[in-house]
Design a protein around this ligand. Structure first.
Ligand SMILES: [Zn+2]
Length: 448
């Protein structure tokens, strides 16, 4: 029996009252395994593609999922029907989501890769998604507006190259509370460091691997490989029994969303950008404790705002001086009431901090004490020996500020899903996606 290749993208299955796109995937895979086990093979880990976090109308994490699989030709239509039915029943009680499934048969065209890159960094219209789907014969299942089609198509084109990470997700029955032994999270953190990340916030000790919303995720551990995540998961003491686990591949923790722009004029509202420039105004602390400064590309200036929760980013911003060379990372917003954009700072690199020039009074030639100024045009006087002069001029003293140079990130508790934490620097993967056949059991573990 011949096999067909399918790329199945799903998005916007989650709602503020429950549900979760990865959980839908978990349920769908479970059903596929139950019904078609020996007729279906995965070609990659299930993918979770986090998309542009700066879109104001997203649901929670703005993540879409994709399954790449190989199925016997005679079961393909049954799989498609199953997914459509499951989508309908999964989302019928949620009225605040616009779910969509996109199914592409055969080879992955470069158009999908481009679409993913765009959806990751910019704002994309539904019309563009519909055009892409039409021009490549993508089968679309949607309810309501189908706005989720954007994410579903982006997920299909995602993670074909570049850096990536993994996450193991444990699911619960919705009525089960999330009970986790706090100390076991620290044990897991120490035992798997630095190959897992953002599971606990070191400053506050807050556990980050359990979500607080009503969704069915019990916990999710993020890390570098499926092996380290299985180990991490075995170290966690969980009192509420998971109904199963799913291992996914993701762009989380990669910084992949920043689009490098050369000029301020290239910055679009709601895009995620990085820009190199010079600090053009002295940082100001505004009400709420946030810090505002301007960065110039040599022609135009851009406002940058470091909000209080951004921690070290805010603290470093306050120390900036005009002329410092920086790289700013963040989401572009339109400033209310002003015809200007601002960057909501998510990361700051101080590449070159200018020396500070301080003017100082000259020293007394007789006793080396620093002279006192006698005011404008009045010359200088030594307060120890009484020496007086009208000739001397101020001395410029240069003070190095090298110690402020470096990379600044927010604490894990206020970090974006896509943001790369410090411990991943140097662990980046240079992946190129190749089809790799794997059994469903390798990514999906179901409890009894
Ligand atoms: Zn003196």
């Amino acid at each position: 029996m011949p096999y067909d290749v399918l790329h199945i993208g799903v998005d916007s299955v989650d709602s503020l009252s429950g549900g979760c796109t990865t959980h839908f995937l978990f349920e769908a895979l479970r059903e596929i395994m139950r019904r078609f086990n020996d007729k279906v093979k995965l070609l990659d880990y299930p993918i979770l593609a986090r998309l542009n976090p700066n879109i104001p109308w997203k649901t929670r994490g703005n993540g879409a999922v994709c399954l790449r699989l190989m199925a016997q030709s005679n079961v393909i239509s049954s799989i498609e029907e199953l997914l459509a039915l499951m989508l309908k029943s999964y989302t019928q009680s949620y009225h605040d989501c616009d779910p969509a499934i996109a199914i592409l048969h055969g080879e992955l065209h470069k158009d999908f890769l481009d679409f993913y890159e765009k959806t990751l960094r910019r704002v994309v219209a539904l019309r563009e998604a519909l055009e892409l789907a039409q021009s490549h014969d993508v089968k679309v299942v949607k309810t309501r507006s189908g706005l989720g089609l954007i994410g579903a198509l982006a997920a299909i084109g995602s993670l074909t190259e570049g850096d990536y990470t993994f996450e193991i997700l444990a699911y619960r029955c919705e009525e089960e509370t999330r009970l986790l032994d706090y100390n076991s999270v620290w044990v897991m953190e120490f035992e798997t460091w630095p190959y897992t990340f953002n599971n606990i916030d070191p400053e506050t000790g807050r556990i980050l691997l359990t979500p607080r919303g009503p969704d069915p995720v019990l916990y999710g551990v993020r890390g570098e490989s499926p092996q380290v995540l299985l180990k991490a998961s075995s170290l966690l003491k969980v009192y509420s029994k998971p109904i199963g686990y799913l291992i996914i591949r993701s762009n989380q923790g990669t910084d992949y969303h920043y689009l490098r722009v050369k000029k301020v004029r290239e910055v679009e509202p709601y895009s995620s950008i990085l820009l190199r420039g010079e600090v053009a105004s002295k940082p100001k602390v505004i009400s709420g404790g946030h810090v505002v400064f301007k960065v110039s590309d040599g022609v135009e200036e851009l406002y940058c705002v470091a909000y209080k929760p951004s921690g070290d980013v805010r603290r470093a911003s306050e120390k900036l001086e005009v002329g410092d060379e920086v790289e700013v990372y963040g989401g572009a917003r339109r400033l209310l009431g002003l015809d200007a954009l601002s960057i909501n700072l998510e990361k700051l690199m101080i590449l070159r901090a200018r020396e500070k020039v301080m003017e100082m009074n000259p020293l007394c030639p007789r006793c080396r004490k620093r002279l006192k100024s006698l005011g404008r045009g009045g010359g200088y006087k030594c307060s120890r020996c009484g020496f007086k002069t009208a000739e001397a001029t101020k001395l410029a003293s240069r003070i190095s500020r090298k110690e402020v140079e470096g990379i600044y990130l927010p604490p894990p508790r206020s970090m974006r899903h896509l943001a790369k934490p410090f411990r991943r620097y140097g662990l980046e993967k240079k992946g190129v996606y190749e089809l790799e056949e794997m059994k469903l059991r390798r990514v999906l573990m179901v409890g009894r």
